[in-house]
Write a protein that binds this ligand. Structure first.
Ligand SMILES: Cc1cc2nc3c(=O)[nH]c(=O)nc-3n(C[C@H](O)[C@H](O)[C@H](O)COP(=O)(O)OP(=O)(O)OC[C@H]3O[C@@H](n4cnc5c(N)ncnc54)[C@H](O)[C@@H]3O)c2cc1C
Length: 510
């Protein structure tokens, strides 16, 4: 790398924010699966103007930048850039909560603001609102999660449906504001998503067309009456009908979107503890079918109601609908002493319980400071969306499970009812990166499932850095459109090369 480019960044950011030491570089080059990309440096701007200046320098010296917010994109690439020889633009110093409005229920944040920070801030304000958190780290970023089009727990979990007012530094260093944000005196930037004119927020998610330095996220009111319920089915043959029953309940909004989740037994076990090495005589994989004869599925739902009466009526509808379809059904409401309701992520309390599952196949204890990259936890996520249809989902599940089992991993699978029309499925391949050849075996397993799903017409909706070039070619001029946008916005190709960059099938690309 040109030393002049480093000097130029040093002049703006100071030596503490331009890092090239081997420990930093090696940490940022490490994901939860094998990667080969080299990182040249890490630069840490402190505000939007710094970001603009850094980007202009990157253009001058034609040095590619890879922006990250908190860098916890575990299972999908962590902090590692898609392509070799990038400089990481780390935005965690931009960590201000810029605006918050209790009445209109929104919060405006910079990319370094974490779910934990917002949770604590809202508690300090004695707010009656909460932010939709994820199963990932409390120290992950609202902006980073949104830009990946991640998925949250609770009715506001569809990120793009609940954010607006982006501030974006373009790849050439100019700054734009989406929605009404471009008007100096606009009073509706944080409360109205569309603005006037072309709607732009979407093109800055899952793309390499801009760096988001500010964003508003809408907050959900804590319901007057809250209940959780869990159900268990002892065998997957009952799953098809149960999925179809839930589809009706979600479509009619008795159960709200992103408020019901299915976990298979392996997902639950990995959440509860580590691999039973002793019981298994050090052998892998674990098969509950072989050991116990059954592979249970667990469902958990949340009910957000405006009153006790409404909640109890909704509960009755669900109990009737699920009668005879599940082996167990347990409800807990906010008045009960049940553990179900303690520190509940469905009401915006972030926790690291699910992230601990990344240590599933490790033989060492789970440390207090969780860091799957550092600790050699092997995790590869595959995120795919299905029509909300029991038959299609169960057929796909059977083939996924069979492929994963034949590769000698546990099929660790969860599903979330995103709407009455679609279900998202999260398949996690969990392993120990310190076991020789496991990296390769796990990636082969992932590739097989990935290709199998694509062949069946189920295209993943979110990609790990290893799969940016693995989608089938577009059957239309999509690649041309992306190519025109990218060339127009980023003529020097300096921003996040390769990230969701689907120009590859367009012959005219430069
Ligand atoms: C066990 C486990 C459970 C998980 N559960 C969930 C879950 O429930 N829901 C979910 O969505 N994910 C989940 N994840 C995946 C992941 O950990 C989260 O999505 C996490 O929020 C991403 O990390 P981050 O927020 O720090 O974003 P970052 O890593 O900072 O950002 C993600 C990517 O977005 C881009 N980006 C980030 N910031 C900017 C910016 N300001 N401008 C332009 N581009 C930017 C970069 O390409 C970056 O690599 C889970 C992972 C594991 C291992």
């Amino acid at each position: 790398m040109d030393v002049l480019v480093l000097k130029a960044w040093l002049n703006i950011l100071g030596s503490e924010n331009v890092l090239t030491d081997s420990a930093t570089i090696s940490a940022t080059q490490t994901a939860t699966f094998a990667t080969t990309q080299r990182v040249l440096a890490v630069i840490r701007p402190g505000n939007c103007q710094d970001v603009q200046a850094c980007v202009k320098i990157a253009n001058q010296y034609k040095t590619p930048l890879y922006p990250i917010s908190c860098g916890k994109n575990w299972g999908l690439g962590s902090r590692v850039p898609v392509e070799d020889n990038c400089v990481i633009l780390e935005l965690s110093r931009l960590n201000r909560i810029i605006d918050y409005n209790e009445k209109l229920a929104y919060i405006t944040v910079e990319p370094g603001v974490t779910f934990r920070q917002v949770y604590e801030y809202l508690r300090e304000q004695k707010s009656n609102l909460f932010v939709s958190v994820t199963g990932s780290s409390p120290y992950s970023s609202l902006v980073g999660n949104t830009l990946e089009r991640g998925e949250g727990i609770s009715p506001y979990g569809d990120r793009l449906a609940h954010v607006c007012g982006f501030e974006v530094v373009l790849p050439t260093g100019e700054c734009v504001h989406t929605g009404f944000g471009r008007f100096a005196n606009a009073k509706t930037t944080a409360v109205s998503r569309w603005g006037v004119g072309p709607y732009l927020d979407g093109i800055f998610t899952q793309s390499n067309l801009g760096i988001v330095t500010k964003m508003t996220m809408w907050l959900m009111p804590i319901p007057k009456y809250f209940q959780e319920f869990i159900c268990v089915i002892n065998d997957s043959y009952r799953l098809e009908k149960l999925i179809d029953t839930l589809q009706e309940l979600v479509l009619q909004e008795t159960i709200k979107s992103n408020s019901f989740t299915f976990w298979n037994c392996y997902k639950l076990l990995s959440r509860l503890g580590q691999y039973p090495w002793k019981l298994m005589g050090e052998k892998t994989p674990l098969s509950l079918k072989e050991r116990k004869g059954i592979e249970r599925w667990f469902g958990s739902g949340s009910l957000y109601s405006a009153s006790r009466e409404q909640g109890l009526a909704e509960r009755r509808v669900i109990e009737q609908a699920l009668e005879g379809q599940v082996d167990e059904l347990i409800f807990a409401d906010q008045d009960s002493k049940s553990d179900l309701l303690k520190e509940n992520p469905s009401l915006g309390t972030p926790n690291d319980k699910t992230i601990k599952s990344t240590y599933w196949r490790k033989k060492t204890k789970i440390p207090l400071q969780i860091d799957p990259d550092r600790d050699g936890c092997g995790v590869i996520w595959l995120c795919v969306v299905f029509p909300f249809d029991g038959k299609q989902i169960v057929e796909a599940l059977m083939s996924i499970e069979s492929t994963v089992k034949s590769s000698k991993f546990e099929p660790n699978i969860a599903m979330s009812c995103t709407s009455g029309r679609s279900i998202q499925m999260f398949i996690a391949i969990m392993y120990d990166r310190n076991v020789p050849e496991e990296d390769q075996r796990a990636m082969e397993c992932y590739e097989r499932v990935f290709q199998q799903l694509i062949q069946e017409g189920y295209i993943p909706y979110r990609l790990g850095i290893q799969s940016m070039n693995s989608l089938p070619p577009a059957q239309d001029d999509y690649g041309k459109l992306i190519s025109i946008l990218k060339q127009g916005l980023d003529p020097n190709n300096i921003l996040a090369p390769g990230r969701y960059d689907f120009r590859s099938d367009w012959p005219d690309q430069t």
